[in-house]
Design a protein around this ligand. Structure first.
Ligand code: NDP
Length: 247
């Protein structure tokens, strides 16, 4: 493993489980100090931070409910002030309400938009204010942001289409300050959100040319690439980690 993030400070939202936890481990393995946030999974988040400290990096798990207006922005300002820098932001926290449009309640819609879209908007804006040139932002979208591939996914798709576009817009607007912003769109990844033996899993496997779910670590590798200087001329774009699902 290379040391692409030596001396860098990274913040990963929703780092307690799944893809977020894998991103935290990957950035730390490549040298970053990693702050991660959690909503409900305090013990798991603290275990990830402990693992990272055992690698010899700084790490802390902070509670930050992404559905709470202002919480993500305040968290980013606080971390940047305490660490004296913020080099990498990964907007990862997300929820996946599987519901038909016709049956989606106002509460589900509002909660999903607050976490999947508004918190990302806050994260982008707050990161712009604290990042120095060379900073990098990666947002976790989804191939569902390109198309509502299955019944019940459309409500979620709308939030993931939104985060893709707002992140690419950030790449356009922040580029002048030397800050890059890109999107990773995973296909089906085996996590609590979308277990490889769960509802619609066989259908999803059939839709992927590689014929399988991806692992969280495979998404983390794509995120680490975009966050690193290896991607220094890659800005305002989308990298799909989906096994060819959208080919
Ligand atoms: P998981 O359900 O395994 O993990 C979700 C993470 O988001 C957890 O760390 C959770 O923290 C955090 N989170 C959820 N709600 C909140 C909240 N209100 N405040 C703070 N944190 C919150 O999902 P994945 O790891 O699979 O998903 C990670 C990202 O990847 C999401 O944006 C998802 O949409 C996206 N994605 C996932 C795919 C998949 O197939 N798995 C495919 C495409 C995209 P806590 O438990 O502490 O609340």
């Amino acid at each position: 493993m290379s040391n692409r993030f030596e001396g860098k400070v990274a913040l990963v939202t929703g780092g307690s489980r799944g893809i977020g936890a894998a991103i935290c481990r990957r950035l730390a393995a490549e040298g970053a100090d990693v702050v991660l946030t959690y909503g409900g999974s305090k013990d798991k988040a603290e275990a990830v931070a402990e693992e990272i400290r055992a690698m010899g990096r700084k790490s802390e798990a902070l509670h930050c409910d992404a559905s709470e207006r202002g919480a993500t922005a305040a968290l980013i300002a606080d971390v940047a002030a305490r660490y004296g820098q913020l080099d990498v932001l990964v907007n990862n926290a997300g929820v996946y309400p599987l519901t038909s449009l016709a049956k989606c309640s106002d509460e589900v819609w509002d909660q999903m938009l607050a976490i999947n879209l508004t918190a990302v908007f806050e994260g982008l804006r707050a990161a712009y204010r604290v990042m120095s040139p060379g900073g990098s932002i990666v947002t976790i979208g989804s191939v569902a942001g390109d198309a509502a591939q299955m019944p019940g996914v459309g409500v979620y798709s709308s939030s993931k289409a939104g985060v893709e576009l707002i992140t690419r817009a950030a790449g356009r607007e922040f580029g002048r300050k030397g800050i890059r912003a890109n999107v990773v769109q995973p296909g089906p990844i085996d996590t609590d959100m979308n277990p490889a033996d769960g509802q619609n899993a066989d259908l999803q496997k059939m839709m992927v040319p590689l014929g399988r779910y991806g692992e969280a670590e495979e998404v983390a590798a794509a995120v680490a690439f975009l966050a690193s200087e290896d991607a220094s001329y890659i800005n305002g774009t989308t990298l799909k980690a989906c096994g060819g699902m959208t080919a």
